[in-house]
Ligand binder design. Structure first.
Ligand SMILES: C[S@@+](CC[C@H](N)C(=O)[O-])C[C@H]1O[C@@H](n2cnc3c(N)ncnc32)[C@H](O)[C@@H]1O
Length: 319
């Protein structure tokens, strides 16, 4: 399995000594050869810029088996492609986007009610209705209505982009489609609700959440991509933009988690600046390219996966 992942890409630091492996506890090492799925894989129900749904089958080869770690952390959860694929039994999911986390909380607690509200959006959907719903102030709606609005806008918006302006207001235009917005089926929301119900869902900065991680937890970091050109950011998930200083901060958090004895994995774009921030760790370039951006301004990026463990050894249980 992991062999396939390695053959697909170029291993940038194979064979390097990774100091962090010494921190991985004996109990972790004992249980390293089981599969890494606790529950059947579920597809993400949201579309998300930078989402990993198309990459997840490759990424999963880098994830340690579920019985080798205690809790699964995803502090930049977005649409949660890896989380929904693995279905870990104990998870902490967080994101700075409060509307996203409210949506998860509501779907976790009331999948059927959210689905009922989505049927109303489905029935009335057209351009005028979309702009009417977009103009609503979420804080004036009930949390469950906010969740249904969030899903509807996500699915009816142009390209399914989630983008806010500097005031934090969602500003994506309508994306007409022949079949109408691809709203999730009731069965999908129920499956998602089961998985989210086992997770601790937090609207918080990733640094705060990572501080609460303990030895033997597994943390998957998937920060926004670095600016592609000067300071231009293409992924405006929140009013705050993620710049190069933020990327450096992520590398410090990664090192802290490593020192604590956590298993850490990060996805990012393969840029020389990123590689130099993570020197000494295992890096794997994935043989996939992604197009980032919108409005015709698109950039091709290669993906990299950085881990503080040798993924091949972790999968084979021979550390
Ligand atoms: C690349 S996306 C994650 C995609 C996700 N892995 C998926 O499969 O959909 C990055 C996420 O980081 C979130 N984010 C940005 N700054 C953050 C911060 N300081 N703390 C926590 N989350 C943040 C964004 O809202 C966005 O959802």
């Amino acid at each position: 399995m992991i062999g396939e992942g390695f053959e697909k890409g170029e291993d940038l630091s194979r064979g390097r000594y990774v100091q962090s492996i010494a921190h991985i506890s004996k109990s972790m090492k004992r249980n390293l050869s089981m599969n890494n799925h606790d529950y059947p894989a579920v597809k993400p129900f949201l579309r998300w810029a930078g989402g990993k749904s198309k990459l997840v089958k490759t990424l999963v080869d880098f994830v340690p088996p579920s019985n080798s770690y205690d809790r699964y952390f995803e502090p930049f959860v977005g649409a949660g492609a890896l989380f929904f694929h693995i279905g870990p039994s104990k998870a902490v999911l967080s994101d700075l986007n409060t509307d996203l986390i409210n949506c998860y909380q509501q779907v976790a607690k009331h999948p059927e009610e959210v689905w009922n509200l989505l049927q109303v959006h489905r029935e009335f959907n057209n351009k005028e209705y979309y702009y009417h719903i977009r103009s609503q102030k979420p804080e004036e709606l009930k949390p469950i209505e906010q969740a249904a609005r969030f899903i509807y806008l996500n699915k009816a918006a142009f390209n399914g982009i989630y983008r806010v302006n500097r005031q934090g207001v969602f500003n994506v235009p309508y994306g007409p489609s022949f079949k109408g917005p691809a709203l999730p089926k009731k069965s999908l929301l129920e499956a998602v609700s089961d998985l989210l119900g086992r997770a601790n869902l937090l609207a918080a900065d990733y640094q705060e959440v990572c501080e609460s991680a303990k030895r033997d937890d597994f943390i998957y970091l998937d920060p926004p991509y670095p600016p592609t050109n000067g300071t231009a950011c293409f992924t405006h998930y929140t009013a705050d933009r993620f710049n190069w200083d933020d990327q450096r901060e992520v590398s410090k958090v990664f090192r802290n988690l490593d020192r604590k004895g956590c298993l850490v994995m990060m996805s990012n774009s393969d840029r020389k600046e990123i590689r130099s921030m993570f020197q000494g760790y295992y890096m794997q370039r994935l043989n996939v390219t992604r197009w980032l951006g919108s409005n015709g301004d698109r950039f091709k990026v290669h993906e990299i996966v950085v881990t503080n463990y040798n993924p091949r050894e972790v999968r084979n249980g021979d550390q």
